[in-house]
Design a protein around this ligand. Structure first.
Ligand code: PLP
Length: 359
């Protein structure tokens, strides 16, 4: 049995069918049917946010966020994230300006943001990488001082709380991904969380072709709608979330125990965070050690992933700049398999293979 970096959690097929039957009854497959609306309401409550709109993936969520805030010019961002964070900026005809990451938390280094601000800077787009919150307070202060918008790529943040409330409540907009590899998923899917109602309306129009009723148009739009088929998965999965989170915590602790004696650096979670155990990254002393471990795991049908490699300043469509910390860390970091269904004996097996490769 192959073990991948994650294993998509599925509800029982009966539970999924029960949701599908509602679609067969209504004969309404997309265009904001009852399932999408119900999932939106349930997520609003579960996550503790004011405005949430379901969309068809986490990348369109970022693109609509940039469009809705009318961003033009330079957007300060992080090199240590999934490619979609930065490709969305370029896709929306803005220019990504990288700020290096902080060594312990691995999110954008808030102390290096100000030196990159120019007359053309319009926003900060940062990722709460591995669900570990950015320094949102300092970023908010900087944004206020320089009149910048803030978008958080919160693709890894399902269920994360910071100082008692949802991390999604920070920034002008936060975006989520419900891709099959994420903690909570709808196969493909995503969501946009926003604080101000006026902005939420704009986001809504943008995600539905700009339609205002059948024959009128509010303005420009795109098709970002989630289908009922995807919402059905979300509705069937949502009741499992507490169990999924506690199982992931078990796996996380099992790794901690089994890797105790190895010289591997772990992610430091920001104080005040109720984390979601979304990833298990380990930092090796060198890329060489990482490659040795990866090889040994792969030979035993275990497939960790190099999240996130390469550092995004190396993308072929960007002018490369030097970012010593992100470049160094992205070469040495590996995410180990983590899912609700990973057994303690499997964790032990993986850790023994790591041990064998290193010692
Ligand atoms: C998964 C992911 C995305 C993209 O989400 P999709 O739903 O696959 O489009 C964006 N940003 C980050 C950080 C991600 O991990």
């Amino acid at each position: 049995m192959k073990i991948y970096v994650t294993k998509t959690f599925l509800p029982s097929i009966e539970e999924y069918k029960a949701q599908l039957e509602r679609i067969w009854e209504s004969r309404w497959i997309t265009n904001r049917g009852i399932l999408v609306k119900e999932l939106e309401q349930k997520l609003r409550d579960y996550l503790g946010v004011k405005n949430i709109l379901l969309v068809n993936n986490g990348t369109i969520a970022l693109q609509i966020a940039i469009k809705s805030l009318e961003l033009k010019g330079e957007i300060i961002t992080t090199p240590f994230s999934y490619v979609a964070t930065v490709s969305s900026i370029v896709w929306e005809n803005c220019k990504p300006v990288f700020v290096d990451i902080e060594e312990e938390y691995l999110s954008i280094d808030e102390n290096k943001i100000e030196e990159k601000i120019t007359k053309s800077t319009c926003a900060i787009l940062a990722t709460h990488v591995y669900g570990n919150p950015c320094n949102v307070k300092i970023i908010e202060k900087i944004a206020k001082q320089y009149n910048l918008k803030v978008i958080y790529d919160a693709a890894h943040c399902f269920g994360v709380k910071y100082e008692g409330s949802s991390i999604l409540n920070w920034g002008d907009v936060s975006t989520l991904s419900f891709h099959a590899t994420k903690l909570f998923h709808t196969g493909e899917g995503g969501a946009i969380v926003s604080k101000e109602d006026e902005l939420a309306n704009k986001i809504f129009y943008h995600h539905n072709f700009g339609h205002k009723g059948e024959e009128d148009f509010w303005g420009l739009g795109i098709n970002g709608k989630m289908s009922e088929l995807n919402a059905a998965m979300g509705l069937a999965l949502l009741p499992y979330m507490d169990r999924i989170l506690s199982e992931r915590k078990r796996v996380f602790e099992s790794y901690n125990k089994n890797l105790r004696d190895l010289p591997l650096k772990k992610l430091k979670i920001r104080e005040g965070t109720e984390w979601n155990f979304s990833y298990y990254p380990v930092l090796f002393d060198s890329e060489d050690s990482l490659l040795k471990v990866k090889k040994n795991l792969n030979e035993n049908d275990i497939f960790p992933r190099r999240y996130f490699y390469p550092s995004l300043n190396k993308l072929p469509y960007l002018n490369n700049c030097r970012l010593p910390i992100a470049e160094d860390i992205s070469k040495r970091i590996l995410c180990l398999p983590l899912s609700a269904e990973l057994g303690d004996s499997e964790v032990e097996f993986i850790c023994n293979l790591i041990y064998d490769a290193l010692c």
